[in-house]
Design a binder for this molecule. Structure first.
Ligand SMILES: [Zn+2]
Length: 584
């Protein structure tokens, strides 16, 4: 303690101004930036102007400077006008000499600021590891046992974004070799590519259908047997499980290659092994720490007809095997998958080692849970639709892409949502409102305002007021305004009736409908109203419920599919029999 006290004392002495300093009048000097700070300001101004296409904003440059240079904050009032000048100069240069001239300056003087711009363009996604100058080949591989849902949209968006940004390729692959538990649905082969293009904004570079590439899987299965790193196991499921738990090898493992080939033929022969009698296994090591990796199954017998290829094949690859072979055949460079699939990577890496292949780079993400969507599986939705709980795959309560699209969710909103969440391995929960706020940005400028009166209540207007006129459809004045014509009264919502209100853009009235003022004269509530109009309904999907609200809709000629903004309610999309709520 004593030592510490001495040290503080010495410090105080050293910092104490000397007598002369205290006495001498301090010159009142305006703070001036040194050369380095001047350059920093000029460069950031140029960068900002470049980023906003010649419309740089002094405010954002100032906050960047203050955010990164705490030491300059005390000089804020001197810096602000310098920045404003620098931004004006940069914008003027962009205007007169073009944006390229700004890029040139930055390339010569502050290239690190240009790199930053490239990163922001990639919008939150990390660099793909070990690209090494290659163009990435990525794949999205849904099971076509139903149409695509919100959960699928993540894989599509992220893979497509990388393919697009890095001039690579996106493969859309149907992993459809399970005819028993998740049998393929024929319509899905049609709908999935359409939904993929809708969502990504471009069609996949290749479409691969696994059930049509069975020759390859059989060829590599045989090669496994020929080369001695695969075997046909005829142990029952329970018997093999005991071996797996005890880390012991099953009796089939040491069979001769010829025995394995005979058994393989028998698997493929309708008069030979029956489903469940035999499986093809990859030889790994029965003492591996992770039980899932111990001699994992690669193919099995399925006798139910496949909707595309019927009974042409009897032995079908399991997903880990089929997917591994296909990734190799297609030259996939990067696999992006959920961290729950780490075991698949491990299994497939062992298989690749047998074949002498290099496994693709793998990137994992954690789960994203959207509360409002609950936990729907494709199979569950299929059952519920069949049972009549939902009208179809595009029932607005379902988290399918067809339902989201019907509900007016824009593909760019889904893209922005997933790219913003990025590739974190953390499990995260996100409210649906996050997606909605992206969607608001996408639709607001296009959505004309429209009045829909819930629980419509008629009010007869007494006094002088303009019987005809027009109201803006949007603050964006390019949108044609809405004309109204009032005979003697208007509809308002029941809750708004019986008290002094202002009819929006029309007049102030008292509780009896007497017009008190054309201009807004006090702070009474402003309410929306409809003159004329026709009965309609607004359908709102909330969780498992579909609520129908009856009301009077303002006269309009918007075609089906138009997204409108209902005054005081939110966005809705025009359907043939009324309105469907988008979100508020
Ligand atoms: Zn066995």
């Amino acid at each position: 303690m004593h030592g510490e006290g001495l040290r503080l004392y010495a410090q105080m002495q050293a910092n104490k101004p000397c007598f002369e300093e205290l006495r001498a009048p301090r010159p009142i000097m305006e703070w001036q930036p040194d050369q380095a700070i001047s350059d920093l300001i000029r460069h950031l101004a140029l960068q900002n102007s470049l980023q906003y296409a010649g419309k740089g904003q002094a405010g954002s440059v100032i906050s960047r400077i203050m955010g990164s240079r705490a030491d300059l904050r005390q000089h804020g009032k001197h810096i602000a006008p310098i920045v404003a000048r620098a931004v004006a100069d940069a914008n003027a240069k962009a205007m007169s000499d073009g944006l390229d001239s700004i890029t040139e300056i930055l390339e010569a003087e502050a290239p690190q600021l240009l790199e930053r711009k490239i990163q922001t363009r990639r919008e939150g996604l990390p660099e793909l590891p070990n690209l090494n100058g290659r163009k990435p080949i990525l794949r999205f591989a849904p099971n076509p046992n139903g149409p695509l849902s919100f959960g699928h949209s993540r894989g599509l968006v992220i893979n497509a974004q990388y393919a697009k940004d890095l001039d690579g390729e996106l493969i859309l692959r149907f992993d459809d070799t399970d005819t028993t538990v998740k049998p393929p649905m024929m319509e899905a082969y049609e709908s999935i590519p359409k939904q993929q293009e809708w969502l990504c904004g471009f069609p996949a570079h290749r479409i691969v259908i696994a059930s049509e590439r069975m020759e390859f899987y059989h060829e590599y299965a045989r090669e496994m047997l020929d080369s001695g790193f695969g075997y046909v196991c005829t142990c029952s499921g329970d018997a093999f499980k005991e071996h797996r738990v005890a880390m012991t090898e099953c009796p089939c493992r040491d069979n001769e290659i010829n025995t394995n080939l005979e058994r393989w033929d028998s698997m493929n022969d309708p008069s030979g092994y029956q489903p469940g009698d035999a499986v093809l296994r990859v030889k790994t090591d029965m003492t591996l720490k992770n039980p899932a990796l111990r001699d994992w199954p690669a193919a099995r017998i399925q006798t139910n007809a496949h909707p595309r290829v019927g009974n042409r094949w009897r032995v079908w690859p399991l997903l880990d095997f089929q997917s591994a072979i296909e990734d190799y055949l297609q030259g996939v460079t990067h696999i992006i998958r959920g961290k729950d699939l780490m075991d698949s990577t491990r299994k497939q890496t062992l298989l690749y080692a047998h074949f002498g292949w290099d496994y693709p780079e793998t990137i994992y993400w954690g789960r994203v849970k959207v509360h409002e969507f609950g936990s729907f599986s494709t199979s569950q939705m299929k059952r519920d639709i069949a049972a009549g709980l939902f009208s179809d795959w595009d029932d607005p309560r379902l988290p399918t892409l067809s339902a989201l699209s019907r509900r007016g969710i824009q593909p760019e909103s889904l893209r922005a949502f997933w790219v913003e969440l990025g590739l974190t391995q953390k499990d995260i929960a996100v409210p649906l409102t996050t997606l909605y706020s992206h969607n608001t940005k996408a639709i607001d400028a296009k959505a004309p305002r429209l009045a829909f009166i819930r629980k419509a209540f008629p009010i007869v207007l007494k006094g002088e007021f303009p019987h005809t006129g027009s109201i803006a459809s949007h603050s964006d004045t390019e949108m044609p305004s809405r004309d109204y014509s009032i005979d003697e009264g208007v509809w308002v919502e029941e809750d708004d009736a019986g008290k002094p209100i202002r009819l929006k853009d029309l007049c102030d009235i008292d509780e009896n409908g007497v017009v008190e003022s054309i201009n807004r004269c006090d702070k009474r509530p402003v309410v929306h109203w409809v003159a004329g109009g026709k009965p309609s309904k607004l359908t709102i999907a909330t969780g498992q419920d579909l609520i129908t609200v009856e009301g009077i809709m303002e006269d309009n000629k918007y075609p089906v599919g138009t997204i409108v903004q209902l005054e005081r309610i939110g966005y809705a999309i025009v359907e043939s029999d009324g309105l469907l709520m988008v979100h508020d």
